[in-house]
Design a protein around this ligand. Structure first.
Ligand SMILES: Cc1cc2nc3c(=O)[nH]c(=O)nc-3n(C[C@H](O)[C@H](O)[C@H](O)COP(=O)(O)O)c2cc1C
Ligand code: SF4
Ligand code: SF4
Length: 276
């Protein structure tokens, strides 16, 4: 059960918590009233903590402990363990982007590092497809929406377990819930017969998910896109996936509109010590 609370004394009524919630659960501040919760949407809360992380004054909380950035080191000349931990805890899924593109030179530099990611028996099976620019990204998102609409018509499994009717409705209003209007999409692909390559691709994508924010780039995984790719061969053609290859994960990215100021709470690690 979500428990969004606002300390009215600290709240400056900027509305960022409402703007950044991926499910529109928070109502924006209204005059003297601080932000609140849309009761009928509260069940969609995934406890991502974005409403807490984006708050510039630390006014909002979710009922489990987040961490103020000031508890972490900010002096930086080289990567030390505390800085790395800080960087990893601070990365958030970015769903609001500026128009400004990320340069191809920088992307090539990042992929030149990602090729050092570990892979099963060092087979290095990961290939990349970069969808670069708003028009192409828009066309891909539209193809996902078309796939969703056809699932709705079939009353399929996905139509029952995902709010795809809401995604289609949002698209009709000009809101892209697939790629969040990001300027770029990067997809990892591998040969269809390499069954461990899904892990290798996930690792390489995770490296990018950490490397990109160190250059000020915001990233978000695109699971809904991957779902459509798994089921619709036409989409694989449209993306240009080479023959006999399949996609194994996709990120959207671009320069973020907001910066995150707090680290939201997460469940404690589940650890089993299997000792002598
Ligand atoms: C495999 C995977 C698929 C995801 N797919 C989507 C997606 O389709 N759309 C989206 O907005 N966020 C997606 N996310 C982002 C998660 O919602 C997000 O990681 C989670 O809420 C935690 O928030 P944080 O990344 O800011 O810590 C995905 C994350 C993962 C790991
Ligand atoms: S935790 Fe995430 S999904 Fe839940 S209200 Fe906050 S921003 Fe929205
Ligand atoms: S982000 Fe923080 S300061 Fe801004 S409206 Fe929300 S609770 Fe208030």
């Amino acid at each position: 059960m979500m428990k969004f609370e606002v300390d009215a004394g600290k709240c400056i009524k900027c509305g960022l918590c409402a703007t950044d919630c991926p499910f529109g659960i928070i109502t924006p501040p209204d005059g003297e009233n601080p932000p609140g919760v849309v009761a009928e949407r509260a069940a969609y809360c995934i406890k991502c903590g974005h409403c807490q992380a984006v708050c510039p004054t630390g006014a909002s909380s979710l009922g489990y402990d987040g961490v103020s950035l000031s508890k972490y080191t900010t002096d930086k000349l080289f990567v030390d363990p505390r800085q790395l931990a800080n960087h990893m805890r601070l990365r958030r899924s970015v769903r609001k982007y500026k128009e400004e593109p990320v340069s191809k030179e920088l992307l090539e530099e990042l992929l030149d590092t990602a090729r050092y990611a570990p892979s099963g028996t060092n087979r290095q099976p990961v290939g990349w497809i970069i969808t670069y620019g708003h028009y192409k990204v828009h066309k891909l998102a539209e193809a996902v929406i078309n796939w969703m609409a056809s699932e709705m018509n079939k009353d399929s499994y996905y139509a029952k377990v995902l709010p795809i009717a809401a995604f289609v409705r949002a698209w009709e209003k000009g809101i892209d819930t697939i790629f969040h209007h990001a300027p770029h999409v990067i997809t990892a692909y591998a040969h269809k017969d390499n069954h461990i390559a899904g892990v290798d691709c996930a690792i390489a994508l995770t490296w990018l998910d950490l490397l990109m924010p160190s250059h000020g780039i915001g990233v978000c995984w695109a699971g809904l896109f991957e779902l459509a790719m798994m089921h619709d061969p036409e989409m694989r053609k449209m993306l240009g996936v080479p023959e006999d290859h399949v996609t194994k994960g996709t990120l959207i990215f671009g320069y973020p509109k907001f910066k995150y100021n707090q680290i939201p709470g997460r469940n404690l690690a589940k650890i089993i010590w299997n000792e002598d």
